[in-house]
Design a protein around this ligand. Structure first.
Ligand code: ADE
Ligand code: ZN
Length: 317
């Protein structure tokens, strides 16, 4: 089924085999002897336990070629999962902190993304995320250092450790992003409370909410999201692996659809969470008993919620 993927961290597509290949190429020593040993570390207890490994493994990403190879590998897999359009997050601060210039990251990623329509039949957008646990001043500095590349960036986002880092602190960098003509998204309501979703909407003015599953705890918020048809990029296998839900059968996805929310299904960090986007569709179908019509609605929603222009979007609906 053709679909768009709207919540995908490119660094979260780093498969163990590519991590070891890049470690070898760049002379980086990983704290794991084998791919099996690395995979054994993928038993997470919460978001932070995942983020610790996610940031550590990025040590292998150093050159423009590394970022191009990473993105091309994702696009090839995504196409086999029915993806026709992908809006891809990257975390510049996770690379600049290690001495990799933001230009190296953007040049590498856009080399693969520019080739994607011919090579894989996939159109793309790039979304630059700020690491919320690094604070608003670091986000502002990151945004200013990325100004030369904004013509290749469609939107800004906000990710990393959520609890204790509410969206409102990032008001100014979102104002500048919007002023520069960018779209705005933010992770909110993954581990954090509904109040963070309200702030993402009312203070940051986001066009979409990433995750947002905890919105279901606040009926007024659900009514607002439904009335405005604010897209929510939900990531079921991520929620399971990071213990946002205990069992996939407990996932709020059916209740979200029932409430009239514009929900999409996405893979988040597929190399870490046991599946790419179609694997997420299959998992919710099986665990939640979603019928074919509901799955088609989810796929249609992914295009409705995308940043594709109206005319291109209409061709998928
Ligand atoms: N960075 C990568 N994946 C993330 C997630 N699920 N939540 C917050 N930050 C992330
Ligand atoms: Zn995410």
């Amino acid at each position: 089924m053709p679909k768009a993927e709207l919540h995908l961290h490119i660094e979260g597509t780093l498969e163990p085999s590519l991590a070891f290949a890049l470690a070898e190429r760049n002379g980086v020593v990983l704290p794991f002897a084998t791919e099996e040993e690395l995979r054994a570390a993928y038993s997470f207890t919460d978001l932070q336990s995942f983020l610790d490994l996610y940031y550590a493994l990025m040590a292998v990403l150093r050159t423009e070629d590394d970022f191009a190879d990473l993105a091309d590998a994702y696009l090839a897999r995504a196409r086999r999962q029915g993806v026709r359009h992908a809006e891809i997050f990257f975390d510049p601060q996770a690379h600049t902190a290690r001495g990799v210039p933001v230009g190296t990251v953007v040049d590498g990623l856009t080399r693969a993304l520019d080739a994607a329509p011919r090579r894989h039949g996939i159109t793309t957008r790039l979304i630059m995320c700020f690491l919320r646990d690094e604070g608003p001043e670091a986000a502002l500095a990151t945004f200013e250092s990325a100004r030369p590349y904004l013509d290749r960036i469609a939107a800004v986002g906000l990710d990393s450790a959520e609890v204790g880092h509410p969206p409102a602190a990032f008001r100014e960098v979102y104002r500048r992003a919007r002023e520069a003509g960018l779209k705005c998204v933010a992770h909110a309501g993954e581990e954090g409370p509904p109040a963070y979703v309200w702030e993402a909407l009312d203070v940051l003015g986001v066009d979409r909410v990433d995750h947002g599953v905890r919105s279901m705890e606040d009926p007024e918020l659900v009514a607002r999201l439904a009335a405005d048809q604010v897209p929510l990029t939900v990531c079921p296998l991520s929620n399971l692996r990071l213990r946002v839900v205990d069992r996939l059968a407990d996932h709020p996805l059916p209740a979200m659809l029932e409430a009239g929310l514009l929900v999409t299904v996405n893979s988040d960090d597929p190399a870490y969470f046991g599946g790419y986007v179609d694997d997420n569709f299959t998992a919710v179908r099986d665990a939640l008993g979603l019928d074919a019509e509901t799955l088609r609605t989810l796929a249609r929603n992914s295009f409705r919620a995308s940043f594709l222009d109206e005319e291109t979007r209409a061709r998928y609906l």
